[in-house]
Design a protein around this ligand. Structure first.
Ligand SMILES: Cc1ncc(COP(=O)(O)O)c(C=O)c1O
Length: 445
């Protein structure tokens, strides 16, 4: 599924579609959703690359029925899901702890959590950190707490789960205003016009669709100047980008310690949220925050009090992942960068438009004609390429296309197979010209 969820601008203030209510035998709400999601629903029911059952994996090759495909839809950026060292470390943890401690964290927290938080805090260089099962749990519980009955300034292209966290906050009395994507000046304007003293700015780090990181120093400066707390979801940056050094192994920087360190920023006035479910291939997420906030969350954030915990294998994967990250992470990031550059170089040579300006391993490729999404997806599937389809209403119609994600476990052969398929899509006229797009931008400016 595409990460930004159902296009937020198509939804009314309560998150329901804006189309007028028609009463049918099915009931108006169901009818609304069926209509809004019709394109996606047809794709889901008929397309081999939607809601697919994966029968087998072999490295980054996957089998769907009788088809073996190179997988470019995985977010396992560092390839930890397939790393023998990590896989082999897990049984010892299961022997020691069983498969699953079923206490909520407040009831009983295996010391593994303390180990993870200590190592994570040291890696990030934050004051403290708290781990909870998923980023979704964190957004739903932490955003409403931080916003209280104040005002949230929400990035208009923030991830659907951030948006949903803001909706929960709104239901509990917060106001929500939206600022334009990648536009710190607009945020500045909105904050300047706001009388409410409690201000929370919510935005993505590395964007899950464009693959670009925001101008974090600019947003942090605006937020600090207006006394707002900046809340950043860097699900896709954590593990991939990190602190810059003169001897870095790639432009991704070192250690994979996320967008704040990559941008050379401090945690002053910034709360960072990230997860292990992408680069670290595990079910766990974190919030990096001051100790005072962590102590508050331990009594006020519902998932800490009530949710079932992550399985022991997930905690073990994270701990072992830290070891691998320390010793081999920068080499894996260098491999990832090289594979990504191979695809981006091909797109430049082929004059194909992509919003990716960063060189990060998320490459969105919009279609020339959004109605071709079904056919293009089938073509890629037949060519043995598995990608994420970005269909309407997951993205606006003019952004319908597909997203390619690279991981360190992909091979050069798989990438070359992808490039051959892209060349054929260009020959068929399915993709957009980067030159035409740049020209259109210039004349609009
Ligand atoms: C930016 C972003 N935030 C949050 C999430 C959800 O993460 P989790 O599965 O940990 O809830 C995702 C997953 O796709 C994401 O891309």
């Amino acid at each position: 599924m595409t990460d930004q969820g159902i296009v937020n601008s198509d939804l009314g203030t309560l998150g329901f579609p804006r189309t007028p209510v028609t009463t049918t035998a099915r009931g108006p709400w169901l009818e609304h959703w069926l209509e809004t999601c019709r394109d996606l629903s047809v794709l889901r029911a008929t397309h081999p690359m939607m809601d697919a059952v994966i029968d087998e994996v072999d490295g980054r090759m996957i089998r769907v029925g009788g088809h073996w495909l190179a997988d470019f839809a995985s977010c396992n950026y560092l390839g930890f899901d397939l790393d023998r060292e990590i896989i082999e470390a897990i049984p010892a943890y299961l022997d020691a702890w069983g498969t699953h401690p079923s206490w909520s964290r407040l009831l009983g927290s295996p010391v593994l959590y303390e180990d993870i938080e200590d190592r994570l805090t040291a890696l990030l260089g934050s004051e403290d950190s708290l781990v909870l099962p998923t980023i979704t749990h964190i957004h739903m519980s932490v955003i409403p707490l931080l916003a209280a009955s104040g005002t949230i300034f929400l990035d208009s292209r923030a991830h659907k789960t951030v948006y949903d966290g803001c909706q929960v906050a709104r239901a509990r009395g917060a106001a929500v205003r939206r600022f334009r994507f990648e536009d710190p000046a607009h945020l500045d304007e909105l904050l300047g016009a706001e009388a409410d003293p409690t201000r929370l700015v919510c935005m993505d780090g590395v964007n899950s669709m464009t693959g670009n990181a925001p101008d974090l120093p600019a947003f942090a400066e605006v937020a600090r100047r207006h006394g707002a707390l900046l809340y950043v979801d860097d699900a896709h940056g954590f593990g991939v980008i990190g602190e810059r050094t003169s001897d870095e192994s790639s432009p991704y920087g070192m250690r994979g310690n996320s967008v704040i360190r990559h941008a050379g920023e401090t945690y002053d006035g910034i709360v960072l949220v990230g997860g292990f479910s992408k680069a670290y291939s595990s079910l766990l997420a974190f919030i990096a925050c001051p100790t005072e906030v962590k102590q508050l969350l331990k009594v006020a954030a519902a998932p800490y009090l009530y949710s079932g915990p992550s399985p022991v294998a997930s905690l073990a994967t994270v701990l072992s992942g830290f070891d691998v990250n320390e010793r081999r992470g920068d080499a894996l990031r260098a491999d990832l960068y090289a594979l990504t550059a191979r695809v981006l170089d091909a797109l430049r040579r082929l004059d194909v438009e992509t919003p990716n300006r960063s060189g990060l391993p998320i490459i969105e490729i919009p279609l020339r004609d959004h109605t071709q999404i079904d056919a293009v997806g089938r073509f890629l599937f037949e060519r043995g390429i598995y990608v994420t389809l970005a269909a309407y209403p997951l993205v606006p119609r003019d952004e319908v296309g597909f997203r390619v994600q690279l991981t360190a476990a992909n091979t050069v052969e798989e990438v070359d197979r992808l490039i051959l398929a892209l060349e054929d899509l260009v020959d068929r006229g399915e993709l957009r010209s980067a030159r035409v797009a740049a020209g259109a931008l210039e004349s609009a400016a």
